[in-house]
Design a protein around this ligand. Structure first.
Ligand code: NOJ
Length: 591
């Protein structure tokens, strides 16, 4: 499994082994009003792949503007856009050359303004990608730093190791640090006669947050977009912001013999340094300042792949709050297509039991860096994992296309554009490439799945399964489809019990996982799923107390023999392979 910021997450908690449910405290027991970032599904758009409006084979803002009604009808509450800023596109937009401009491939600032206004008028919040750890080498700041210009001298991490006449540049590299995209994290600059640090591609030099100018500049970036009335941020590659002073070597991890691979080393010196937590708190204070000024909640969610003791402190404390939440990536790092009920239970508890009191959970099922859910967790289990992630307490984050069950697409070496894959070369690229999950969104059955015009070559190939029913239009027409299940789940998130109910999880059998959401005076919701490959019939009342004799099916996987509207006895619930059911104790009330 490839995970950015690779640290194998050790399973800290013993799995519950009996069928007795395990209670997790309520996320919000009181009547305090919940903010949009708590109740919403946050929908990630990878703009290059959503909708192309001008026939150049790359998605753009106008394409998104034209499809905003789709998102409103889907019921999601917020849209997070992967980077749309000016960029040479070495890392497909994560290498930014101007934080205050829109790249022409996506449109103009006027297009952005229109997008934001229309999103807001449809009740959708707008979240931007805040890329903080590095810039493009083409940005003016780096060019000035290269020339040691006024005040920009130390904006990037410049250094040389010991003098060594036999080394290619007359100096050793400052340390053994490795790029996440393979090979040394140090690149020689002829111009400055020093190495610079790059945690990712050589064209993404790391910013030096020990320079006050950088700190001020990046706060200006935040303020610029807050002034433009965005509602929040996904903060990119938070772990890589600071590194230890003096550049001490890192120790081998023992995880691989591949000395070029990033996980060859343990990243104690280069990731999640104490200063990073402090900077997040300063950014949070800026968000709070804007929230106090206009009365509208602002939110920050952080990209950090790591163990709970590293991730959880990013929530901050009541006195000094940090992010609204660091992303919960445990459904990505802890689960695979073979995971059984105790694996899922353990992943749920890994977050819930380690999250500091008073904070809000979240569930990330996928993103533009990870194989698609069907490919990663099992084609038959697509609906089940949407049920789990949307009905556990907290915010759900959906990567575009998961609502229609898109799968990874094979991308040949010739068509490969992901810089990580290009670095790995033709023999290794398939073990790291992220192109397969980034292929164009599948709208309908017309040419190129309706993503771009007929005859245009999209920037990545379209998955042929758009012709087998995996597309929005066909799924909306079908009696049973992933999108219809997804919409029922979004509806259920509006129920008071889903927003505030207690959570009890249970391992019903090796392959059947279940949880309930309960709240006084509200109908209980049961989510039950068969992760295995054989049909199972289970008795839910043997595990969960107080269930009525009949439960109504609110949502069911498309391959289930029991569909929504049916009633089942909790004493005998039959689940085909991979099938999930959302069962309700009686009629529900809106929150
Ligand atoms: C994190 C982003 O999610 C990923 O797509 C990108 O490649 C890296 N940052 C490096 O820019």
């Amino acid at each position: 499994m490839r995970v950015l910021g690779i640290t194998a997450v050790l399973c800290l908690l013993a799995a519950a082994v009996s069928a007795d449910p395990v209670r997790v405290r309520q996320p919000k027991a009181d009547d305090e009003e919940l903010a949009w970032w708590q109740t919403s599904v946050i929908y990630q758009i990878y703009p290059r792949s959503f909708k192309d409006s001008n026939g150049d084979g790359v998605g753009d803002l106008r394409g998104i503007i034209n499809q905003l009604e789709y998102l409103q009808q889907l019921g999601v509450g917020a849209v997070w856009l992967s980077p749309i800023y000016q960029s040479p596109m070495v890392d497909l937009g994560y290498d930014i050359s101007n934080y205050f401009e829109i790249d022409p491939v996506f449109g103009t600032m006027d297009d952005f303004n229109e997008f934001r206004d229309k999103a807001h008028s449809l009740g959708l919040q707008v979240m931007m990608d805040y890329v903080v750890s590095y810039t493009s080498d083409q940005i003016e700041w780096f060019q000035k730093s290269l020339r040691r210009e006024d005040g920009y001298d130390e904006w990037y991490v410049w250094a040389v190791g010991e003098r060594n006449e036999s080394a290619p540049h007359g100096y050793n590299v400052p340390s053994n640090w490795l790029s996440l995209f393979r090979g040394s994290a140090w690149e020689w600059s002829e111009e400055r006669q020093q190495f610079y640090l790059h945690s990712f591609t050589v064209n993404q030099p790391d910013l030096n947050y020990r320079d006050d100018g950088v700190v001020l500049q990046m706060k200006d970036v935040l303020r610029f977009w807050l002034d433009k009335k965005v509602d929040g941020f996904r903060v990119d590659a938070v772990s890589q912001m600071y590194e230890a002073e003096g550049f001490p070597d890192e120790l081998p991890s023992g995880l691989t013999n591949d000395t070029e691979a990033n996980n060859y080393l343990q990243h104690v010196q280069t990731q999640n340094r104490p200063e990073t937590y402090e900077m997040i708190k300063q950014w949070r204070a800026i968000l709070d300042e804007y929230q106090a000024a206009d009365g509208k909640a602002k939110a920050m969610m952080l990209e950090v792949y790591d163990d709970p003791e590293i991730v959880m402190p990013y929530y901050g404390t009541p006195e000094e709050p940090g992010a609204q939440f660091p992303f919960n990536f445990y459904f990505i790092s802890q689960l695979n297509a073979q995971s059984n009920a105790s694996d899922v239970n353990r992943a749920v508890h890994l977050w819930m039991d380690n999250m500091p009191e008073g904070n809000w959970p979240n569930w990330v099922l996928g993103n533009h860096d990870q194989p698609r859910v069907g490919t990663r967790l099992g084609v038959a289990r697509k609906d089940l994992f949407n049920m789990i992630s949307l009905l556990l307490p907290g915010t759900a984050i959906t990567f575009m296309g998961e609502e229609i069950g898109m799968e990874n697409t094979h991308v040949s070496w010739e068509d490969t554009v992901d810089p990580w894959a290009l670095n790995a070369g033709p023999d290794l690229y398939e073990s790291v490439t992220r192109d397969p999950e980034r292929t164009p969104f599948q709208w309908n059955t017309s040419a190129n799945a309706g993503f771009t015009d007929e005859g245009v070559k999209p920037w990545l190939p379209v998955n042929e399964n758009y012709l087998q029913g995996i597309n929005v239009e066909s799924e909306l027409e079908a009696d049973l489809s992933h999108i219809k299940v997804y919409r029922k789940l979004v509806d259920a998130r509006g129920w008071r019990v889903a927003q505030r109910g207690a959570l009890d999880t249970a391992i019903i059998s090796e392959w059947v996982f279940a949880f309930t959401r309960t709240l006084d005076g509200e109908p209980t919701v049961v989510v039950v799923g068969n992760l295995g490959t054989d049909v199972e019939t289970v008795d839910l009342s043997a595990t969960f107390d107080g269930l009525p004799d009949q439960l109504t099916v609110h949502a069911a996987s498309i391959s289930s023999s029991t569909q929504s509207g049916a009633t089942v006895s909790p004493q005998s619930v039959t689940l085909e392979a991979g099938v999930g059911l959302v069962l309700v104790a009686n009629s529900t009330s809106a929150a």
